[in-house]
Design a protein. Structure first.
Length: 400
């Protein structure tokens, strides 16, 4: 048991259920708004921008509250309210209520993910193992969800109500896991009462070493850059591929491949971490390979090139992205671990929010190839800055 009485297996189950549920929602947003609600692609982009913006707000607020209030009650409230919104969307999914409620879902998704990550910081186990397993559970759910949702949506003839019904059931199961298994141990109850006032002051007045702050914040900035560029794969690349005569089915298969490879790579990395303790090296390797995937896209004129680029992207994603929150966790004092996980998720969501808009503007002003060059250079330059800061500050950093 950790300080909040939550075992890792219940965190993983919750992340898994939530991931499947979300996979029945976000992949359909653009096509549903455009084809069924008859709104423009620009409107669907704005809806996704608001969704991600609400995700940023939810992440930040929940991270701050995790360190100051009762995390279990906050988690229960978040999952129950998210379930209610999903249930409402079974019956009300026209325009504009769909966009409004999707934004609300974005807020609660940011809230819930940050809460799960913050609980994970108190698991008492190696941070890299915990965050690798959370990433594994999230992507396993994504593989299952995205594999089912396409055929199901087609079978439902464009009706999203069955998708939200399934998501509501999954979130109900998630809520039950939280209610019954996210429990305070007896030791926790006693400690919480004694430490509550002290921790409230700590979260306000805590002094982190400057080296820790530098490393944490350079990671936050790097995540904005990485996710801004990564989102080109999830948005504008579909148009680039179809313009070359490659079907949407083959584009969707790239994401199935991505999810399967992440599951495989995560298991391998988790096994390797038992003997190799080089988390910063994992970040460096991961950032380089994510950037290199865009270099490969410059030469992509056949489907095999896109597959190769996706494999390279996935290696980088599986190597760097779960490692960064684990490092931030190790550099954050106990009293503010939730706060910094919230900031990390907020900056990641910010990158996801501006990515599609950034890519669209660059494509309109220049071309896809110029966009890919900018993506690669931006990530490589950001990596140089990250390496520089870490080389200077790592020796002075304090781990908690």
């Amino acid at each position: 048991m950790n300080r909040q009485g939550v075992e890792l297996k219940w965190l993983l189950l919750g992340m898994f259920l939530g991931s499947i549920g979300n996979s029945f929602v976000w992949p359909l947003t653009t096509i549903y708004i455009h084809d069924q609600l008859h709104e423009s692609l620009t409107v669907s982009g704005i809806v996704l921008l608001f969704y991600s913006g609400a995700n940023v707000v939810g992440s930040y607020i929940s991270g701050m509250l995790f360190d100051r209030a009762n995390p279990r009650k906050l988690m229960i409230g978040g999952t129950l309210l998210a379930t209610i919104v999903m249930a409402i969307m079974i019956f009300f999914n026209g325009w504009p209520i769909y966009g409004i409620l999707l934004t609300v879902i974005g807020f609660f998704n940011g809230w819930i993910i940050t809460m799960v990550n913050s609980f994970a910081t108190r698991s008492g186990r190696d941070g890299r193992y915990v965050f690798n397993m959370l990433y594994f559970a999230n992507n396993l759910g994504m593989v299952i969800g995205t594999t089912i949702v396409g055929p199901l949506y087609q079978y439902a003839d464009g009706n999203v109500s069955p998708m939200f019904l399934i998501t509501t059931i999954l979130y109900t199961m998630f809520s039950l896991v939280v209610i019954f298994f996210f429990k305070d141990s007896q030791q926790t109850v006693a400690k919480t009462e004694d430490m509550e006032a002290e921790e409230e002051n700590k979260t306000v007045n805590i002094k982190m070493p400057q080296a820790n702050l530098w490393i944490n914040w350079i990671f936050f900035i790097a995540l904005v850059v990485i996710w801004t560029m990564y989102e080109q794969w999830a948005s504008n690349l579909s148009v680039f591929m179809t313009d070359q005569g490659i079907s949407m089915t083959k584009y969707s298969l790239l994401w199935t491949l991505n999810g399967i490879l992440i599951v495989v790579f995560q298991l391998g990395i988790t096994w390797l971490n038992r003997w190799v303790n080089r988390p910063y090296a994992q970040v460096f390797i991961g950032m380089f390979t994510i950037g290199f995937s865009f270099v490969l896209l410059l030469y992509a004129h056949s489907y095999s090139w896109f597959v190769a680029a996706m494999v390279v992207l996935t290696i980088g994603e599986a190597t760097a992205l779960p490692t960064m929150p684990a490092i931030v966790n190790s550099l954050s004092p106990v009293a503010v671990k939730g706060k910094y996980q919230g900031i990390l998720n907020a900056f990641s969501s910010l990158g996801k929010a501006i990515g599609p808009l950034f890519g669209g503007l660059m494509i309109e002003a220049t071309s896809y190839h110029i966009l890919f060059i900018i993506c690669a250079i931006s990530i490589f330059v950001m990596e140089i800055i990250v390496v520089f800061v870490i080389k200077i500050k790592q020796a002075k950093a304090v781990e908690y």
